[in-house]
Write a protein that binds this ligand. Structure first.
Ligand code: ADP
Ligand code: TYD
Length: 196
């Protein structure tokens, strides 16, 4: 059976990292080989982007270039080799984020999505954790006490609207305002249906 490529998407504070970790934990407990990883990564290009979170953002062109280079390296060095070795890959953010966030910075999100889909492999499932920006902002503040340069409310509103427009057969919409355990159960059912 082919290893599956499972992506979590949504705005900041939607609960992606929480759900990605919970899924990884269950697979580990069942001795099902998998890795949990995220974008932007902590490698060269990803690190450059992460360093800009607390300060001034790069130009939109430079951001798009860095996220894309980071993804290329991530796929070649981690994701594709893991899938080839039979490990399921759980990924926190992928090219849908580039369409939504860099789209909100002024690019045409459809152009970005098309370019990224032409360049990179398509996941088997993408869970889109759908939550309104006020609830997600509240969660970020409760969790971290401050926001980064990508989390300004007007910007996130644009990001959210683009996410809602992205349609593809691998995308599964999840109501992320529900409790962590309800969402987790829903995700587990869907994942086990495709890996068993
Ligand atoms: P993301 O990775 O999408 O930014 P996180 O998983 O880090 O989001 O969650 C952001 C905050 O919201 C954390 O404090 C987390 O504990 C909390 N959280 C996650 N899922 C839920 C949920 N379903 N209900 C309430 N709070 C949640
Ligand atoms: P991340 O660390 O996943 O943030 P969080 O855990 O708070 O959701 O991602 C960092 C930021 O990078 C996030 O605000 C979204 C942004 N981003 C883009 O703008 N483009 C991209 O292609 C990716 C992968 C992330």
């Amino acid at each position: 059976m082919k290893a599956k490529f499972i992506v979590f998407e949504g705005i900041d504070g939607s609960g992606k990292s929480t759900q990605a970790s919970l899924l990884h934990k269950v697979l580990k407990e069942k001795n099902i080989n998998s890795i949990l990883t995220y974008e932007p990564t902590d490698k060269n290009h990803g690190k450059k982007i992460r360093d800009s979170f607390s300060g001034e953002r790069f130009s939109k062109e430079e951001e798009l270039r860095l996220f894309t280079l980071d993804r290329k390296e991530h796929l070649n060095e981690i994701i594709i080799p893991s899938l080839n070795h039979g490990k399921h890959v759980i990924l926190d953010r992928y090219y849908y984020s580039t369409a939504a966030y860099q789209g909100a910075s002024g690019f045409d999100y459809k152009d970005i999505l098309k370019e990224q889909c032409d360049m990179f492999i398509k996941p088997d499932i993408c869970f889109f954790l759908d939550i309104d920006i006020n609830t997600s902002s509240k969660r970020i503040m409760e969790n971290r006490g401050h926001k980064n340069a990508f989390e300004e409310i007007n910007y996130l509103d644009k990001v959210y609207k683009i996410f809602k427009h992205i349609n593809s057969d691998e995308i599964i919409h999840i109501d992320a305002s529900k409790s962590q355990s309800t969402i987790h159960k829903n995700i587990i059912e869907i994942v086990f249906a495709i890996i068993n």
